[in-house]
Design a binder for this molecule. Structure first.
Ligand code: GAL
Length: 678
């Protein structure tokens, strides 16, 4: 596997962030100072043009790119490259005044008034036309500049519009999907229930809050349509840019496990995946190590959207943010640790929002590399400059990839189906938290996981965990079966294989679609507990895992029983099973236990999969990147204590020290160890 450099112009990792010189055009002194400070902070790229529509087209049809051109050129002359954003994240006032249809309609059918951002109708032909015009001008005027390395589409695409245009597009989408046959839709949506039968596609409405919310098929299709329409808008922008400058790669910034868009459907249309990382550091509900582990999970989601190329951390806060419920300062050292974590997990960039704090408006108190005092003599600036220097030392890492042998299965459709279904208990469904819980337990064992979709080819993995896989897509069961038959170790849990891709229940026993054969069992009933209810699973060695929230009652056909319930009327019945298929094994955990209690099972599965686990102290993360024979092991200590690890050899890139068997990590310390496979 060769290195995949994102941008050949930048020999190492990318360091920079959102730069808004359009807020300072009357202050040439500040713009000049920015360049000096960027060089001092080791910045080699900035993101320009996010939200700058009004500066580029102040009145309809009158374009001003000269200021941006000067800035791009000046940056370039100083060794700083530009990520050029299309300005469609916010509309200028003239546009809404002339074309009110560009303003989004909410889920009660009320049209927004002009203002704020990220609130367009993605269907509006006028909005698309105006976006195309500005994008074309932008690409024509600036796209060929040698300083421009990447296009960034809009900003944080999100939400949905419920206007008549969107409603009609939804109907067209359904008509296409169901081949123009309304009876196919009626069947798939089980509309004989509650007299929900439709006579024609014209009768179908979006998922209005005060409308039809009880047809599971409609709910899910509306969510799928929202993604399709957003992706279509994104592609519309991409097409315009590509027509002018086909060689410039394209990204857009995703938002963690954003609820409303299935990023797995959007990522293939991009050249690079990027995302915005704003963890709630130092909160009052978890340790710093847990916050970082959650962040690592989010990185893994992004990394796995395009496994054969590094991703980018497009935004993060240099200091604090201004929109968390409590905006606490990042404690010394945390910035360094979280930036190195992004690289450890496969990012080739550390980028910030924002370079310089604006004087006014909504984000005037959001953290920035340069504060209102304009000084480089601040804690935040020093920490950013330190990161700049560390990233320079990590240049050899650029273009390498994380290639875990373990994967966690997470699906947006499944997530939506679990949210919407009227089953279990809303307060304890916790699909995302359950996935994270498993991910974190493996991370504690020094094992990274990719986060993959339920129809992906799993052949590159040796171990797969598929929590709460309630919905099976058409290929899911066959993928999982192939995986196990090929020698893979699979763990599934309660609430697996209940419904198909239309949310129709499988008949003949859960898990459906042939999975009951794979696991050697069927699940006859699922018990939902009150939050204070407890049960247990007793294993052969006498240990007991605590059970909360959910417990299925199984009928085991030909699987080995590894654990049984300790209580309830189903006491003594199977709760943990395994069915072997050659070297492959299909494990089934029928009840919810914390992943940390299940760790001995994971250790066993890892050994069976031939994946080495590491004994890491609590609060220490390990990640690995590689290319060819090069290996980079990242050790991150989030605790206030020094930590010593045995058996670590290689060149530590941050200090230049040669390690011959031991690594001493300072409190909040990190190390990146280069080694070579022989
Ligand atoms: C991001 C957004 C930026 C900025 C930032 C503040 O979500 O893309 O424009 O608002 O948040 O944290």
């Amino acid at each position: 596997m060769e290195k995949k450099m994102l941008f050949p112009q930048i020999k190492g990792l990318i360091h920079g962030g959102d730069y808004n010189p359009d807020q300072w055009l009357d202050r040439p002194d500040i713009l000049k100072e920015d360049i000096r400070l960027m060089k001092k902070a080791g910045v080699n790229s900035v993101t320009l043009g996010v939200f700058s529509w009004a500066a580029c087209e102040p009145v309809e049809g009158e374009f001003h790119f000269e200021w941006m051109e000067d800035i791009i050129e000046n940056l370039y002359q100083n060794g700083i490259y530009t990520v050029l954003s299309t300005p469609s994240g916010a509309r200028p006032a003239w546009l809404d005044a002339a074309y009110p249809e560009a303003m989004r309609v909410d889920d009660r059918g009320v049209r927004n008034r002009h203002g704020v951002r990220h609130n367009h109708c993605m269907t509006s032909l006028k909005f698309r036309e105006k976006t195309a015009v500005i994008d074309q001008m932008l690409a024509r005027r600036l796209g060929k500049h040698p300083g421009v390395i990447l296009y960034h589409i809009s900003n944080e695409l999100g939400g949905a519009c419920y206007c008549p245009l969107c409603a009609q597009k939804f109907r067209d989408y359904l008509a296409l999907k169901f081949e123009g046959d309304i009876e196919k839709l009626n069947k798939a949506w089980w509309t004989s229930f509650w007299s929900h039968h439709y006579n024609s596609f014209d009768q179908i409405e979006p998922l209005f809050a005060n409308g039809e919310t009880s047809v599971m098929g409609l709910t899910l299709e509306w969510r799928r349509f929202t993604t399709a329409n957003m992706a279509d808008f994104m592609e519309h922008e991409i097409r315009v840019l590509r027509a002018e400058t086909p060689d410039i790669p394209v990204t857009t910034n995703f938002m963690r496990l954003y609820e409303h868009l299935d990023y797995r459907k959007m990522a293939p249309k991009l050249d690079v995946v990027s995302w915005d990382n704003y963890p709630v550091f130092h909160n009052d509900w978890e340790s710093l190590g847990d916050t970082l582990a959650e962040t690592s999970f989010q990185h893994a989601v992004m990394r796995s959207l395009k496994r054969d190329t590094p991703f980018m951390m497009m935004e993060s806060a240099p200091g604090l943010v201004n929109w968390h419920p409590v905006n606490k300062l990042k404690r010394p050292g945390v910035h360094r640790l979280s930036c190195l974590q992004a690289v450890a997990c496969g990012s080739d960039s550390v980028q910030y929002f924002q370079w310089r704090k604006g004087r006014g408006s909504y984000e005037q108190f959001h953290g920035a590399v340069v504060d209102h005092n304009g000084s480089e003599d601040t804690r935040v600036f020093r920490e950013v400059a330190e990161v700049g220097e560390l990233l320079r030392r990590l240049s050899p890492v650029a273009g390498t990839l994380c290639r875990p042998k373990a994967a966690l299965l997470f699906d947006w459709d499944n997530r939506w189906a679990i949210w919407d279904t009227r089953a279990l208990a809303d307060s304890t469904k916790k699909y995302e938290e359950t996935c994270l819980d498993f991910y974190r337990a493996f991370l504690r064992l020094g094992v990274d996981m990719d986060v993959v979709g339920s129809e992906e080819d799993l052949s590159g993995y040796r171990l797969v965990v598929a929590p709460m896989l309630y919905m099976l897509q058409p290929k899911t069961a066959s993928r999982l079966t192939e995986f196990v038959n090929g020698g893979g170790q699979l763990l599934a849990t309660y609430f697996t294989g209940y419904v198909d891709t239309d949310q129709l229940c499988f008949l003949g026993g859960f898990p459906g679609d042939g999975l009951s054969e794979l696991f050697g069992l069927t699940s006859e009933e699922i018990d939902t507990y009150y939050p204070s209810d407890r049960n247990g699973v007793r294993l052969a060695d006498g240990s007991v895992w605590e059970v909360r929230d959910y417990a299925e009652i199984l009928k085991v056909k030909d699987a080995r029983v590894l654990g049984v319930y300790t209580g309830e009327f189903y006491q003594g019945t199977p709760a943990l099973t395994c069915k072997a298929h050659g070297q492959g094994r299909a494990y089934y955990a029928a009840a919810r236990s914390s992943a940390s209690q299940m760790t001995p099972l994971f250790e066993k599965m890892l050994a069976q999969a031939g994946i080495p686990a590491k004994k890491l102290p609590q609060g220490v993360e390990y990640h690995e990147r590689c290319a060819g024979e090069e290996r980079y092991g990242f050790y991150l200590n989030s605790t206030p204590n020094p930590v010593t690890l045995e058996g670590v050899t290689g060149l530590e890139l941050l200090t230049g020290e040669i390690l011959q068997g031991g690594l001493a990590l300072k409190p909040m310390g990190a190390a990146v160890v280069q080694s070579f496979l022989r």
